[in-house]
Each structure stands twice: as C-alpha cells, then as structure tokens.
Design a protein around this ligand. Structure first.
Ligand SMILES: [Zn+2]
Ligand SMILES: [Zn+2]
Length: 259
C-alpha cells in the first residue's frame, strides 16, 4: 500500500526536534512520498535542502499570499531558480487569502500572477491556496489557461459545484485531514462526489490535525485518517483510495516510483 502526503510543511520549526522520526513514522505508515511546500524564499530553500536529505521528500517553491507584502523582485528570481532544482516538483503555495488578509490584496494579486508566469516558464504544476477568494482565483486561473497547464487546489474549501468547475479546467482537488471533523459537511460532500481520478490527499502539517489527534501537532503519517474518511464516505476500500490518490499525485507532480 502506498500513500502520498501531497502538501505538508516539514521545514517548519515544529519539526526541528524530531524530523527524522516524523519521516520514519510516515514511511512505516505507508506514506512513501511527501511533498513539502514552500511559503517564502527561505522556507522554499529549506524545503529543497530537505529533499537532499530524505529520498522520500520532494519540494515545491513559492511565496504564500500571507507573505506577499514582504516579497520583492529578488524573491521571485530566487523562486524561479529553485524551480529548476531536480526534486522541485511544483510552484506553490501561491494564490489569494482574503480571509486573514495578512498582506494587501494588491500585492497578493501581483505575486500570484507573477508566480503563475514562473510556473508556465519552467513547465511545473501549481499548488493553489484559495481562502475566501474563490471567484478571483477562478478568474485568474481561467485567464492563465494554457495547454497542459495543471495544478491542485489545496485544502479545497468550496462546494461541489466549484470543485467541478476547477476539475473541468484540469485541476485536481486536495482533501485535508480536517475532513474527519464532524461538521466538515461541505468538504465531505465534495470528497464523496468528485471523480476519484481528480482527488489528492494532504495533511498541511503541522496544521489541520485530523480526528483522533485533534489538539496535537499534525504530521504526514496522519494522512491515513483522511484516506480512511474518504473510503468511508465513498463506500470503497481504503486501499483503493490510497492507490488512486497516490497515482494522481504521482501523475500531477511527475514523481519517480517510490524507492
Ligand atoms: Zn494553504
Ligand atoms: Zn500549506
């Protein structure tokens, strides 16, 4: 059995004291590949360094909308350089966050567009962060529609109709561990109904800890709880969910076979 955690933040301080064990536990749980996601230049560099240390870890490079106000021309140049490294498999996470508004909308937009350009120029998929900005993310991605351009809407927070629209544009939908929380009804509806060929799983660790570990730090091995919940919702075996979501991640990020 193989699982892939398609979105996690292994570079963060919360993993400094036991990163080796975290990755060991993931491997023991069947999580054979992990994509660690950059949120600014520094974390993208750290992500790339982790790929050199751990064979099962791959990275994305990008600047999160929260960090847009602090980013400048040099950061973008740096992201474009990191994007060419061997184990960098995506540009992200990029997008818009109109929920927390930690950076100005103007800067968020500018940075989102520029990083979509980078993804096009290096021919990598994008990892999209969309919080309370569905319409504008949709509009932006529509205007960037190019042949073969692909990506994933991570921690998908819209309804089934929005998921269908993104899927129609060629995007994958990623389901986080919070699908296990009782009142996550809309997300559960999405996970039960979208085509399994378009679904990825993620932890977004150290955030978004699933049941039954609420209150603790999240980690990649916990992606099994999202897989279990999806299997339950769809009435299919856990192994089928694991297999299919791993195939999807493997295809989207062009991953090598797990060693
Ligand atoms: Zn995000
Ligand atoms: Zn994230």
């Amino acid at each position: 059995m193989i699982l892939i955690d398609s979105h996690t933040h292994l570079d963060m301080k919360k993993f400094d004291s036991d990163r080796d064990q975290v990755i060991e536990r993931a491997l023991s749980a069947g999580v054979r590949q992990i994509i660690t996601i950059g949120i600014d230049t520094k974390s993208s560099m750290k992500a790339v360094a982790l790929t050199e240390r751990y064979p099962s870890v791959f990275a994305s490079a990008g600047i999160h909308p929260h960090n847009a106000d602090r980013a400048d021309y040099h950061d973008l140049k740096h992201i474009a350089l990191l994007a060419r490294r061997e184990k960098v498999v995506a540009i992200g996470e990029i997008g818009l966050d109109f929920y927390r508004n930690l950076s100005s909308r103007k800067k968020q937009r500018e940075l989102f567009h520029k990083q979509l350009d980078i993804a096009l120029s290096v021919d990598l998929p994008v990892v999209i962060h969309d919080r309370e900005a569905h319409e504008e993310v949709l509009e932006t991605l529509s205007s960037f529609k190019r042949n073969g351009f692909k990506g994933v809407i991570h921690c998908f927070s819209g309804d089934y109709n929005l998921a269908k629209t993104f899927i129609g544009m060629g995007y994958y939908i990623s389901i986080p561990g919070t699908i296990t929380v009782k009142n996550a009804r809309q997300m559960q509806d999405v996970a039960a109904r979208i085509p399994s060929s378009k679904m990825l799983l993620e932890t977004d660790a150290p955030f978004l800890t699933p049941v039954p570990h609420r209150g603790q730090r999240n980690e990649p091995s916990f992606v099994i709880y999202a897989a279990q919940k999806v299997a339950e919702l769809r009435g299919i075996p856990f192994e089928e969910v694991a297999q299919e979501t791993s195939n999807n991640a493997s295809q989207l990020f062009n991953l090598p076979l797990p060693t």
